[in-house]
Design a protein around this ligand. Sequence first.
Ligand code: T4K
Length: 395
Amino acid sequence: MTDFAILGGAPAFAEPVHVGRPNIGDRDRLMERIAGVIDGRWLTNDGPLVHELEQEVADVVGVPHCIAMCNGTVALEIAIRAAGLTGEVIVPPFTFVATAHALQWQEITPVFCDVDPRTHNIDPARVEELITPRTTGILGVHVWGRPAPVDELARIAGEHSLRLLFDAAHALGCSTGGRMVGGFGTAEVLSFHATKVVNSFEGGAIVTADEGFAEVARLMRNHGFADYDEVGHVGTNGKMSEIAAAMGLTSLESREQFVAANRRNYEAYHAALEGVDGVELIDYDDRESCNWQYVVVEVAESAGLTRDELQAVLWAENVLARRYFFPGCHRMEPYRTLFPDAAERLPETERLVQRVLALPTGTSMTTDAVTTVAGLVERAMRDAPRLRAALRAAV
Ligand code: T4K
């Protein structure tokens, strides 16, 4: 075993090991589908593969309506508009910035609500104090695929006549209390981005049990066209292409394999990191359905290395661990300028963004590779004083 790369040793991996490496699935089936798209000369605009994907996703999620979109962000924007949100919407700051941007893009103010440090999700106990006469909705996020507090949020939304939507970008195939994510609130939004458990290169979907909502979202996805010459609604271009749907269907067919690989990786990380001081792997409820798509550790303030020091050690080894969702939406523009005091109201988010590190998983990671990454974390924490001294000297 050579020394740490940061101390002059050879990196543990010759090539970069990424978080978010896409799962591919059955290549031949994908190529066959793509050939069919080319041969059929129907490339986009509500094509047959998009229809098939919508049906399959609706079945997985257990809702009657799925409207596939070009990506999760546009799906969020359309869901927000179809729900008639205006004014202010309550949202967690510990999420990918697309959640907040989808509101701000439509001149709706995201009102950041602190998170529960145990779940990383919006803390329902803090929502009510943020409701004002301008509040029209709550946009929850199922961070890492761990379901948000859906029942508490539904109660609050009901009592205050607010719309409730969920950003379910991470949560395809996840459940809480035996109920699948996808059926909560007025609608939920999935992402099929390359980095997600099921991907369509780029893609997303709105899923909902509300027929009227589905109809409006469908119109909005295609410029409002209700028929060839009839525009019944303001709209945009949120359409998914047939090539994207070809990938989405192929990916969805292998979903169980992808989830099994994620789970195997998670368990290997769990075994290797158990007992490592100051490093805690977030847990999933294995009585529920989950996709295990994110392997996330929290590095305690008291640990030998800070999260950032650990990340620097790993990057030198070609392990490109990611600080999702650093530094929190409230510290990104335009929110940093719009709400300069937001951090004071968000102590848990402030602490969390300093602690969290996402490690590589997915089908591209072998168990050996996971063991190597986890071993690096364990050794780094054991050798913390020497590494810290070297890192500080380099600065
Ligand atoms: N809401 C939530 C909670 C979300 O997490 C997201 C997306 C959205 C909404 C919006 O959904 P979409 O509009 O994206 O459908 C990445 C993804 O681009 C983003 O989709 C995802 N969340 C977010 C969590 O991660 P970045 O800025 O980290 O991307 P990037 O380019 O740094 O790639 C991430 C990692 O994946 C890298 O380590 C490289 C690796 N990678 C990436 C791609 C695209 C690959 O190995 N191959 C690839 O093809 O945002």
